[in-house]
Design a protein around this ligand. Structure first.
Ligand code: NAD
Length: 460
């Protein structure tokens, strides 16, 4: 049986080996998920909520253990890993409170002849395929609302975060003591080929978070059986800084937005367009702030940890090398830190051109490319000049002007004077090639259902 090896990115040491789910077992697992579907649906939302509510104390009691595995396997400083577990708990509470609101039946119209009722029913068997960068929170926001909505779930965590995936699955399995029927949630361990095999099965929905490359493949593979797909993919998110922005706050916000989670966030700031009049001053401040970012070699409270693995380090190095060759200037950083661990410092680049990888491909590292612009129209055009469309940020004191710019940016989320914008209480998803569909908020819950119109006519 093949094994998946888990490596600690701080030390490069192997910290675990787990057996992959044999591909030939997957069809039988899907069959079991389908067999239990009706029983789980019949349980009803109220009782399903009672069962899933018990996950909250389990997450609370295991907070430190979960955070330690996230730290060791993925590389987040402990305090940030604790923050991820807390975000997962808040998300569970959000879904518990809001699923009944999202899925409440609604009378659309009623007259003496007929009544039309909007109903949200389970979509069926869901494949939840998830990435490694938020290895607890992202699986949870995919799985918990799917279960509440009455679906059964096959969960495949990333091959780079199998240990945390297994730990989370074991907590979900404990809900079987609280009447969660067996096989409502099942775990599949493996990499890309395993994910591909799962997508080919007789499932109803693929709830996927990951790269554009994999998203496109999933779309092709889903075409055969016309599965519904939710794709939460990558980004090359722009920041537009207008000349009236507060330099100190903007520099701090940009560096945070570009380096948080060591830049390994789908909504990281990956391109920064600065109005010409403040380019030099702001660049200086950004370099200052980048140099002040603390890196976790043993400090649990540091700002950032290492990159997850060597493959991620290689991507970052490749983008910087390509930019250097094409004439970019490196103002700070640019090289892996000496010694063990995939540590890479915040790196500020200028003198950039649109043909550089760092300006068009997702880097997923703590890289801060700075470009100047003259007019707002030019900045909007540059910001939109990408196949991606996840988020964008605008930095200015003039909120009305920012709102006008926001309307012209083709993305799923715009943040004014901040970045990211991921919030469980707001719908999340991308425009263009950053994805399809939405997760979170009420829209995300509805995506996990079959929307049915019930027409009731009076007998004559
Ligand atoms: P990835 O696409 O390599 O892998 C994600 C998951 O998909 C893993 O479980 C992997 O095994 C599986 N997989 C890979 N190819 C597959 C295929 N053809 N069929 C089925 N499954 C397949 O991505 P990653 O490196 O784990 O994660 C980083 C990417 O995820 C980045 O692009 C990042 O922007 C994106 N991401 C997006 C969001 C969002 O909300 N939009 C959030 C987090 C990460």
């Amino acid at each position: 049986m093949s094994k998946i090896v888990s490596v600690n990115p701080f030390t490069e040491e192997i910290i675990g080996e787990v057996e992959e789910t044999p591909l030939e077992q997957i069809p039988a697992m899907v069959k079991k998920a389908r067999e239990v579907l009706l029983a789980w649906n019949k349980v009803g939302l109220e009782k399903r909520s009672d069962i899933i509510e018990k996950l909250v104390p389990l997450l609370e009691q295991n907070k430190e253990k979960l955070a330690k595995i996230i730290h060791d396997e993925m590389g987040k400083p402990i305090q940030k890993a604790v923050g991820e577990v807390e975000a997962a708990i808040s998300a569970t509470n959000f879904f518990l409170k809001n699923t009944p609101i999202a899925l409440k039946e609604k009378v659309l119209d009623e007259n003496e002849k007929e009544k039309n009722v909007l109903c949200y029913e389970p979509i069926g068997v869901v494949a939840a395929i998830t990435p490694w960068n938020y290895p607890l929170e992202l699986p949870l926001v995919s799985i918990v609302p799917a279960l509440l909505a009455g679906n059964t779930v096959l969960f495949k965590p990333s091959e780079h975060s199998s240990l945390i995936g297994i730990e989370f699955f074991n907590l979900l399995k404990q809900l079987e003591k609280e009447d969660l029927p067996e096989n409502v949630i099942q775990l599949i361990i493996g990499g890309k080929e395993t994910g591909k095999e799962l997508v080919k099965q007789d499932i109803d929905l693929v709830s996927f978070t990951g790269s554009l490359r994999a998203g496109k493949q999933i779309m092709k593979d889903s075409a055969e059986k016309l599965h519904k797909i939710i794709l939460e993919l990558g980004g090359k998110d722009p920041a537009i800084v207008l000349k009236d922005a507060d330099l100190e706050k903007t520099a701090k916000g940009i560096v945070r937005g570009a380096t948080i989670n060591t830049g390994q966030v789908c909504c990281s700031i990956e391109r920064i367009y600065i109005q010409k009049e403040i380019f030099e001053q702001l660049t200086k401040k950004i370099v200052e702030k980048a140099n002040a970012v603390t890196i976790d070699k043993s400090d649990d409270k540091a700002d950032i940890g290492p990159l997850i693995r060597e493959f991620q380090l290689k991507t970052v190095e490749d983008h910087i090398e390509d930019a250097k060759k094409k004439g970019a200037h490196i103002l700070t950083g640019g090289k892996k830190l000496a010694g063990k661990g995939y540590f890479f410092p915040p790196t500020v680049l200028t003198n950039l051109t649109d043909d550089m990888k760092v300006m068009k491909e997702e880097t997923f590292g703590p890289v801060i490319p700075l470009v100047s612009f003259e007019t707002i129209e030019e900045a909007i055009e540059k910001a939109n000049n990408t196949k991606y469309g996840l988020t964008a940020s605008i930095w200015t004191k003039d909120i009305e002007k920012a709102k006008q710019i926001a309307k012209k940016l083709v993305v799923g989320t715009v943040v004014i004077n901040g970045s990211g914008g991921y919030k469980i209480g707001c719908p999340w998803g991308g425009a263009k090639q950053s994805g399809l569909g939405r997760i979170n908020y009420l829209d995300g819950i509805k995506e996990l259902t079959n929307i049915k119109n019930l027409t009731i006519r009076n007998m004559r």
